[in-house]
Design a binder for this molecule. Structure first.
Ligand SMILES: [Zn+2]
Length: 209
């Protein structure tokens, strides 16, 4: 069982402490796309040169889409191959997309594309993708004792629980909470799960990050 938290610095952070960097495909390609877009607008409408420039632009967009899809396929394949069940939080994705400042970066990260691929790959292998769609204060809750913080600014990447003193890496703690919620959901659905799945029980501790 693997809990997965989606982020921007790291695209995916899992409950065993692995952090997958965000490849930021759009950011890397944007100068090139802008240049090709300008080339199109410089050419006279209806001209052959414009048609050529448009083709070049379309190809650059296609390459970007291909690189992103390829990455998502590899990541989702690996996650489903290595786990019986993967748990993701979908409401957070929806809420974060409403943030105008972040929405471009979130669109670039394309979490929904990852979730979509996880879903059908899980299905194909008879495994589970569990979506947590209710509000879960996954980043603000201590995964050890359940203590909930009033607030935790986005800048704070590490924190110590005032109730049980355990130190948390923000993202790994969130992934652990997502995992715990997923286990509850699986149990409610009548599926038997081994909660620890052989993973270290102390993986929530900062030292393991
Ligand atoms: Zn605690």
């Amino acid at each position: 069982m693997l809990g997965l938290d989606m982020g921007l610095t790291h695209l995916a952070i899992d409950s065993s402490g692995t952090k997958e960097p965000n490849p930021r495909f759009l950011k890397k390609a944007s100068a090139n796309l802008r240049r090709k877009q300008k080339a199109v607008s410089r050419c006279k409408k209806g001209s052959k040169r414009r048609a050529k420039a448009r083709l070049k632009l379309a190809k650059a967009h296609q390459r970007l889409a291909n690189a992103r899809a390829d990455f998502q396929h590899k990541l989702s394949r690996q996650l489903i191959d290595e786990n019986q069940a993967v748990i993701v939080e979908t409401l957070k994705v929806k809420n974060m997309l409403k943030n105008k400042k972040l929405s471009k970066h979130i669109a670039d990260a394309s979490w929904s594309g990852v979730i979509e691929k996880l879903e059908y790959k899980a299905k194909a292998q008879g495994k589970h993708l569990i979506k947590i769609d209710q509000w879960l204060a996954s980043s603000k809750t201590c995964s050890c004792c359940g203590h909930k913080l009033e607030e935790l600014s986005l800048k704070v990447r590490e924190w110590q629980c005032p109730a049980c003193s355990v130190r948390h890496d923000r993202d790994i703690d969130a992934a652990l909470n997502i995992k715990a919620q997923g286990i509850l959901k699986l149990k409610a659905a009548g599926l038997s799960v081994s909660a620890n799945g052989g993973k270290r029980k102390t993986s929530h501790a900062l030292a393991a990050a």
